[in-house]
Design a protein around this ligand. Structure first.
Ligand code: CP
Ligand code: NVA
Length: 328
C-alpha cells in the first residue's frame, strides 16, 4: 500500500492514480466511520495551521471539523491576522510554522506561495486553493461522482463556463489521471493554459481518459454523465465583472443545457459558492447592472433532482480528513 506520510498536496499532478484512489477509498471509509458515530481521533497531539489569504466556508470548515474528528488541534490564521506577507516573507513564515505545526493548509493567490511553503516548512502542505489549482475540491467531486453514478473511470464529465478556472484546471488533471472523459465548454478567450492541456492529454493517453475543449456548448454536453460549473468571477477577479459576464453569458447551465445531455439521470455539480439567485450582495449587483438574475447556473437546475451539490460539499469534509490522516 502507498505510504503518503510526509507528502504535500499541491496539485493532483504529484499523485499517481493509485494514490488518488487510496485517498478516495480512505475518505469513503472515514465517512462510514463518522456516520456510524465511531470515534476516530487517530492523530491526537498533532497541530496544524490554516493559513488563508482568501475567504472560505467549505474548505475552512472541512479542515477544522476533520481536524477535530482526528484529534488534531487546528489554528486558523486569517488574512491580516499574522505578520505573513506584510512584515514577513513566505520563506520565513514557512520556517516558523514548520517548527510549531505538523502540517499547513494554505489558501491564497499565487500558486508559488504554496510551493514555497512546502519547500521551506519541512512539513506537509495542503493546497486549499490558489489562483491556478483547487485539488482538494476534486477529491470531493470524484467521491461524489462515484457515490451517485457507481463509477469514475469512463465517465463523461463536462465543465461549462470559465475554462481558465482553478477548479477546472484541477478537474482536468484529475480526469486525465483517473480515466475520465473531460470536456470543457468555454469561449475561445478563456481556454486553460496550453501547457497544462498538453500534459493532461499525455496523462489521459495512459489512463484511457480524454481531454477536449470546445466553444460549442450544446455539442459538448451531449451524452454527459456529469455537468459541472463554477463562478464566472473567481476570487480576485471581481474587477473583471463586465468582461466576464459578456464572455460567459451564453455558457450558463440551464434546463436547455441539461436536456441537451440526452441523459435523464445526468448529475449537476458545483464547487460552491454559486450565483443561482439574487440572495447575495454580488448576485444583486449583477442583476442591477446587467439584468442577469442568475449567472453560471439557473435556480431551476440548482434545485433540481439532477443537483447533488450539497452531497458534494459534505464530501469536502471526508476527503480532506482522508488527506490529513494519510499525510500526517
Ligand atoms: N468550494 C470551496 O472551496 O468553497 P469555499 O470557498 O467556501 O471554501
Ligand atoms: N473558482 C472559484 C472557486 C471557489 C471555491 C474561486 O477561485 O473563487
Amino acid at each position: 500500500m502507498s505510504d503518503l506520510r510526509g507528502r504535500s498536496f499541491l496539485t493532483l499532478m504529484d499523485y499517481s492514480p493509485e494514490e488518488i484512489q487510496l485517498l478516495l477509498d480512505t475518505a469513503a471509509d472515514l465517512k462510514r466511520t463518522k456516520q456510524a458515530h465511531i470515534p476516530h481521533a487517530t492523530h491526537k497531539g498533532k497541530s496544524i495551521a490554516l493559513l488563508f489569504e482568501k475567504t472560505s466556508t467549505r474548505t475552512r470548515c472541512a479542515f477544522e471539523v476533520a481536524a477535530a474528528d482526528l484529534g488534531i488541534n487546528a489554528v486558523y490564521l486569517g488574512q491580516g491576522e499574522t505578520q505573513f506577507g506584510k512584515k514577513e516573507s513566505t520563506e520565513d513564515t514557512a520556517r516558523v510554522l514548520g517548527r510549531m505545526f505538523d502540517g499547513i493548509e494554505f489558501r491564497g493567490f499565487a500558486h508559488q506561495t504554496v510551493k514555497d511553503l512546502a519547500e521551506f516548512s519541512g512539513v506537509p502542505v495542503w493546497n486549499g486553493l490558489t489562483d491556478e489549482f483547487h485539488p482538494t475540491q476534486v477529491l470531493a467531486d470524484f467521491l461524489t461522482i462515484i457515490e451517485h453514478t457507481g463509477k469514475l473511470k469512463g465517465s463523461k464529465l463536462v465543465f461549462v463556463g470559465d475554462g481558465s478556472d482553478n477548479v477546472s484546471n484541477s478537474l482536468m488533471i484529475g480526469a486525465a489521471k483517473m480515466g475520465v472523459h473531460y470536456v470543457i465548454a468555454t469561449p475561445d478567450s478563456l481556454q486553460p493554459p496550453a501547457e497544462l492541456i498538453e500534459k493532461a492529454k499525455q496523462l489521459a493517453e495512459n489512463s484511457g481518459g480524454s481531454i477536449n475543449i470546445t466553444s460549442d456548448l450544446m455539442a459538448a454536453v451531449d451524452g454527459a454523465d456529469v455537468l459541472y460549473t463554477d463562478v464566472w468571477m473567481s476570487m480576485g477577479q471581481e474587477d473583471q465583472m463586465a468582461d466576464r459576464i459578456e464572455k460567459l453569458r451564453n455558457y450558463q447551465v440551464n434546463m436547455d443545457v441539461v436536456r441537451a445531455t440526452h441523459n435523464p439521470n445526468v448529475k449537476f455539480l458545483h464547487c460552491l459558492p454559486a450565483f443561482h439567485d439574487q440572495n447575495t450582495v454580488i448576485g444583486r449587483e449583477v442583476y442591477e447592472k446587467f439584468g442577469l438574475g442568475e449567472m453560471e447556473v439557473t435556480d431551476e437546475v440548482f434545485r433540481s433532482p439532477h443537483s447533488i451539490v450539497f452531497d458534494q460539499s459534505e464530501n469536502r469534509l471526508h476527503t480532506i480528513k482522508a488527506l490529513m490522516a494519510l499525510t500526517l
